[in-house]
Design a protein around this ligand. Sequence first.
Ligand code: GAL
Length: 335
Amino acid sequence: MNSTNFRTALLVFMVLFISSVSLTAQDMDGKTIYPGAVWPDDRGNHIQAHGGGIIKLGATYYWFGEYRAKDNLPEFRYVGCYSSTDLVNWKFLKKIQFSDPENLGAGWVLERPKVYYNNRTKKFVMYMHLDDRSYKFARVGVAVSDKVDGEYKFVKSFRPLGLESRDIGQFIDDDGTSYLVFESRPTRGFYIAKLSDDYLNVAEQTCFISAPLEGGAIVHYNGLYYAIGSALTGWDPNPNKFATAKSLEGPWSEFKDIAPPESKTYGSQSTMLIKVAGSKDTTVIFMGDQWRPSSQWDSRYLWMPVEIGEGKLKLPEPKPWKLNIKTGQVSVENK
Ligand code: GAL
């Protein structure tokens, strides 16, 4: 074994080791994020918000995602809704239940839900990837609620810009403009589309990025937009990549690896980038899923602050870390 192979093997071993550690609520100090570990909510249950998205209202963050608990009833799909003021401790608010809204049949799919708050209509608008078991339906579904953790009423499904849409991502720019990111197989790329005034539709194509990537996540940092996507390998992890652009419309740079490719993004897949702008520092957090396809309820989260700036973005090796939500500063354990 040469030294590169040895380092890779060691890295993979460490990632697997960290992932296998099952911390309980009692073990946790309420300040540290443990990438890849069980992440208990305020009830002590592993958070169910896979393929998730986060919005911030006032000082509170709301995390929505696929609620894939073991005891889910098979005919329904569920979206988990949690709140936090520090991004570490999450309070369970609601398990939002949906019944097959488009007669998609057994094995129907509701994935990657994202919620936007519309200031004009005062409604919470949820986008979701809706599909049948063979992923041919390829549409977004839209559901609306008066309360963040209310009853989301299904409104409609559609193909954004008339295109097949599978993985979706959410991007809210610094000025509040809201975009849907979606992957389209036939055109081998992903789209950034601005939402309509009421958020119930997409108004226009902002950009088409010609790269066969999904799990699209975007952040605006220090005058540059950074987009991350994962290759199309289903539940299996792959080397996620990033590109940059001065404007959302592009042109976008070439895509480059965010982590050593052999680590396959440390066994995770991108879902979102969150920016925490504090009084002293601005931190960007990579939110990824470590999927466990045959025990989805036990899928884990890999959240790590990224090294970002001047056109570069790097996801460091996962280690426990702390975030000061007020100052925006981060400290990573150096064990
Ligand atoms: C992934 C996608 C997931 C899920 C999965 C199904 O590529 O990101 O959200 O759809 O495929 O195989």
